[in-house]
Design a protein around this ligand. Structure first.
Ligand code: NOJ
Length: 556
């Protein structure tokens, strides 16, 4: 049972946007349970559920006001138990989102903390007086110059006490103070409660932010998106906290999966987090490869160089080969749609989505499929800012336009990078709301659902969906996919992504054409690969000649 996740594939559901059973326009748990045949047909092993807890929904559920219940929008605890039962009955597991860097400001812990300086829970959050020599509320009086990831300062003044509280995300997401052992004990007790209920693990939201330098020094650079983050990304006690969490919560329980979301994590740190001997986490989500098409902030767009992508992912493959384990992803609820971002969502959409999947799933690590990716869903044609719902995008737009930026320019970057691209409703069929809801969807359905939808994909043997099914099956049945070693090939080629995997005397060659032109893959041992068996992809006249955006796997 141990390290079972090395042969597993995880499917992420963003509950607001997956399936709405009660017609209020927002997805819910009964909606998910009713659609489990989709996951079973795909063959995935694990469902990771983005937050379904009670929440004011300031950050779409990542602002939690009660860790041990379900928001009525999504259903009830009984609905959650039912989903868990139905998943287990189909041999699948459930991984919950664990958001404990911060709570909602409407969580009772924060309400009590805010009630006054003498509150028994005052120290559960980061409260500080104004900067020395300044008065509260004065411009620049915040205790540090850190910026929130959602624009503006990372501190909010509480006029009643005259002190500020820290919020790395929105002002409705105050950061918990993990220095306080009571906070850690409360979090661990909550986690045990979920595991006792039967869930199979946690995806831990920005978990490498929980240990802050208690001195809270100023940021060196106030321009960066997470300015100040040098004082809280993988902070001084992070390994101690995660090892303690493992001891207090996870140790002795079999069959779990833990994955830590870690913006800014380095390969060296990731190796420590995922070294099994250290008993911290099974794997982490790193962000290097999803920042290669950006400048100092995610809104500064830069063309992606394929050689940079290969250098980055190749470095992570090599760095976690002997110790630790990779998680593999192109997209999630925070990233634009993969086929639009990394490939071609126009003429070659189907081929391109399949090629991206082939390349990702043949890496060593645990692949994550984000809902709709298996259909080749694309970014959305947002007409204007009124079509957007995400706090990150809306705050950025307001701040950038107020600072004098051209609104059209700001919109262009939101269209390319905004998180709502991933959050448009799941496209089940070609009917008016794509089969997602009978009501009015909370975020517009992509008009291309008429063509791109699950019903059509399942009926078409050549679809992106059936391609994912095949890749997932290969991971389950072919040991070289999960366990083989990895060697990057053609590292300096700007169009072809090529690598080999080897286990014993089985070797795979994986090829992906990241261009709209036909290319010849100039790999070593040409004759051997020409004679090899085609495992994945369409046969061509020559297996080493790839059509636009075509991918292939050969076995020798
Ligand atoms: C990462 C989550 O994936 C994102 O959606 C959220 O806004 C932030 N963490 C804050 O919780």
């Amino acid at each position: 049972m141990s390290e079972w996740w090395k042969t597993a594939v995880v499917y992420q559901i963003y509950p607001r946007s997956f399936a709405d059973a009660d017609g209020d326009g927002i997805g819910d748990l009964p909606g998910i349970t009713a659609r489990l045949d989709h996951l079973a047909a795909l063959g995935v092993d694990v469902l990771w559920l983005s937050p379904i807890y009670p929440s004011p929904q300031d950050d779409a559920g990542y602002d939690i006001s009660d860790y041990q219940d379900v928001d009525p929008t999504f259903g009830s605890l009984a609905d959650l138990d039912r989903l868990l039962f139905e998943l287990h009955a189909r041999g699948m597991k459930l991984v919950m989102d664990l958001v404990v860097n911060h709570t909602s400001d409407e969580h009772p812990w924060f309400a009590e903390s805010r009630s006054g300086r003498a509150s028994a829970k005052r120290d559960w959050y980061w409260w500080r007086p104004p900067r020395a020599g300044m008065r509260e509320g004065d411009p620049g009086a915040e205790p540090t110059n850190w910026r929130s990831a959602f624009s503006g300062p990372a501190w909010e003044l509480d006029p009643a006490s005259g002190e500020y509280y820290l919020h790395i995300f929105s002002r409705k997401q105050p950061d918990l103070n993990w220095e306080n052992p009571e906070v850690r004990e409360a979090v661990y007790a909550m986690m045990r409660w979920w595991l006792d209920r039967g869930v199979d693990g946690f995806r831990m939201d920005v978990i490498n932010f929980i240990s802050k330098d208690p001195a809270l020094p100023d940021a060196h650079d106030t321009g960066a998106l997470f300015s100040g983050s040098e004082h809280y990304i993988c902070g001084p006690r992070i390994h101690e906290f995660l090892a303690e969490m493992h001891r207090e919560v996870l140790a002795g329980r079999d069959g779990l999966l833990t994955v830590g979301e870690m913006p800014g994590v380095t390969l060296e740190e990731a190796r420590l987090f995922t070294d099994p001997a250290r008993r911290e986490l099974d794997m982490v989500f790193q962000f290097e490869h999803v920042q290669l098409d950006q400048g100092a902030s995610k809104w500064e767009l830069r063309p992606l160089q394929l050689t940079d992508l290969k250098a980055s992912l190749g470095r992570w493959q090599a760095g976690l080969a002997e110790v630790g384990w990779n998680s593999l992803y192109w997209g999630n609820h925070d990233q634009p749609r993969a086929v639009s971002r990394f490939a071609d969502d126009g003429e070659h959409r189907v081929r391109a989505a399949k090629m991206l999947a082939t390349v990702l799933h043949m890496h060593r690590g645990t692949p994550y499929v984000y809902q709709g990716e298996e259909l080749g869903m694309t970014n959305a044609p947002f007409a204007g800012v009124e079509d957007l719902r995400d706090i990150e995008s809306l705050n950025h737009y307001a701040e950038a336009v107020a600072a004098g930026e051209d609104p059209e320019h700001v919109l262009a970057s939101l269209r390319a990078m905004g998180r709502d691209n991933a959050r448009t409703p799941m496209q089940w069929d070609g009917s008016p709301h794509a089969g997602f809801t009978t009501g009015t969807p909370w975020l517009g359905v992509n008009p291309n659902h008429v063509e791109i939808n699950a019903e059509a994909a399942r009926a078409d043997p050549g679809s992106v969906f059936h391609h994912y099914r095949r890749l997932i099956e290969l991971r389950h049945t072919l040991p070289v996919v999960a366990h083989g070693d990895f060697t990057m090939r053609m590292a300096h080629d700007e169009r072809v992504y090529a690598f080999t995997r080897r286990l014993g005397d089985v070797e795979l060659l994986v090829l992906g054409n990241f261009s709209g032109d036909p290319v010849v893959a100039k790999v070593p041992e040409v004759e051997r690969w020409r004679a090899a068996e085609l495992l994945v992809g369409d046969p061509g006249d020559d297996p080493l000649v790839l059509g636009p955006w075509e991918g292939r796997v050969l076995r020798a």
